[in-house]
Design a protein around this ligand. Structure first.
Ligand SMILES: [Zn+2]
Length: 420
């Protein structure tokens, strides 16, 4: 099976070396750095239009097939990654004097995170390459995503995850029937082992930051944002950042649309990292070089010491006119609670970091009044209940009688959780 004929090849993000689309390779032959997929936009634009999308009733990410690095969509993709809502939050836009504030709620994907977009592409790509076993290192979400969608598409998944990953994510992996190898070590160590294992066993490697097709899946979040806003892109898009793969993908999505002439400008894409895991934001503030940190944050999905897509991310954010923001774990947890009670969206800490970054940017004047903004929520809060519980005080049980209930309501009114 041949690849999408719209793909010219791959280009190294470091040395610029280009290589043909086939045979597929993960990294640059010259310098071993990461590759990005290069498309023939003139060819794509000649037989695909925004009107074609309007007429397409498939709401999944496969509606963007001409911009994806595979030859065809799976015949049955009714599990439907992508097609998540862009939630318009009018009350917050008014509070902060913004033209518009939207939440792209990617917690609504099949396994509860944006990673399902990348996994869809990886599974199809592996299928077209004739491979049955996929291996991935993950802080949790990519792993639970691979486990879920591999179950749907009939592939085998081998997962390497840090033993300290949140129990809900490890439970998902086991529940979907993947082979889980717990690593007594960090995500970074699990990553290195996954690359070695893929080479040794001839498996398809779905680890983020080495496989160039993963960003192509993640970029569909940006394609959807633009389409949902009727091709009027926001001024700024806030993205939580760990490895740098999601934000690279988001930038690539807007870049693709700009190249096609479907949007007239690029939004500024803002990288938000936890203060204890900020190698990419540090690089954005410095000379662009990635210097590893010793990651320490409650936001497990973005807890990364050496971001494997760091260089790609820094270049992409700079090209968009964006910038970086560091947020504390306290800000992340406070913003996680505020996001839930102001919007009805329960984000995991890493995803809430995007909203924390937006609030900080508002405070610091990096977002101006009258601008339109989007915060990308990359994963569900149900994946890490203990983190959210740190900010909650549960009520003591009462006796089941009206007097006790009235006393309870009185207390709730006084504490401000209920206004009667
Ligand atoms: Zn290179």
């Amino acid at each position: 099976m041949t690849l999408n004929p719209n793909i010219i090849g791959y280009r190294c993000v470091s040395c610029g070396q280009e290589c043909p689309p086939e045979p597929f390779r993960y990294t640059c032959a010259e310098c071993k750095n990461n590759l990005e997929v290069v498309y023939d936009y003139a060819s794509i634009g000649s037989d695909w239009s925004r009107d074609d999308l309007t007429a397409n009733r498939d709401r999944s990410l496969w509606r963007y097939l001409p911009l994806l690095p595979v030859s065809a969509a799976p015949d049955n993709h009714t599990i439907s990654a992508g097609g998540t809502p862009l939630v318009t939050v009018t009350q917050l836009a008014e509070r902060y004097d913004l033209a518009a504030l939207h939440i792209k709620d990617d917690s609504r994907n099949p396994s509860g995170s944006l990673k399902d977009r990348a996994t869809e592409i990886a599974l199809r790509h592996a299928h077209e390459l004739g491979q049955q076993v996929l291996v991935a290192a993950s802080t949790g979400n990519a792993a639970s995503s691979l486990a879920a969608l591999a179950a749907f598409y009939g592939k085998q998944a081998v997962i390497l995850a840090p033993a300290a990953a949140p129990p809900a994510k490890l439970t998902q992996i086991m529940q979907y029937g993947a082979t889980l190898c717990l690593i007594d070590g960090t995500y970074d160590e699990a990553f290195d082992l996954s690359v070695t294992a893929a080479e040794a066993h001839g498996w398809y490697c779905r680890s983020t930051g080495i496989n160039p097709v993963l960003s192509e899946g993640k970029k569909t979040a940006a394609l959807e944002i633009a389409e949902q806003l009727n091709w009027q892109v926001p001024d700024q898009v806030f993205v939580p950042v760990g490895d740098g793969s999601i934000i690279s993908g988001v930038c690539k999505g807007f870049y693709d649309l700009h190249q096609l002439g479907w949007i007239t400008s690029m939004p500024r894409v803002v990288a938000v990292q936890a203060r204890g895991s900020a190698a990419i934001v540090n690089a954005l503030a410095g000379d662009g070089a990635i210097i590893p940190v010793k990651a320490d944050t409650i936001a497990d999905s973005i807890s990364v010491s050496l971001p494997r897509d760091g260089l790609k991310a820094v270049r992409a954010v700079r090209a968009s006119g964006g910038y970086g923001i560091r947020v504390s774990d306290e800000d992340i947890l406070r913003s996680q609670k505020q996001l839930s009670q102001d919007t009805g969206i329960f984000a995991e800490p890493a995803a809430a970091a995007a909203f924390a970054g937006l609030l900080q940017a508002l405070n610091q004047g990096q977002v101006r009044h009258g601008e339109s903004v989007v915060a990308l929520i990359t994963g569900s809060g149900l994946k890490d209940i203990p983190a959210a519980q740190q900010n909650l005080v549960f009520p003591a049980p009462i006796k089941p009688d009206p007097a006790a209930f009235n006393a309870f309501i009185e207390t709730a009114s006084q504490s401000g959780t209920l206004s009667l």
